[in-house]
Design a protein. Sequence first.
Length: 48
Amino acid sequence: MGLLQSRRDDDINIVTDMLNIGLELEQISEITGLSIEELEKIDKERKK
């Protein structure tokens, strides 16, 4: 479980950095392979 949480934290950090530089969710999805839905969840989490 620790590895999964670590991976999730890494994903959140990477996606947050990409959003902060102005990339769109579609672009981030293409780069990371994460779905738009997953990216939207991460975006909501970072705004808390």
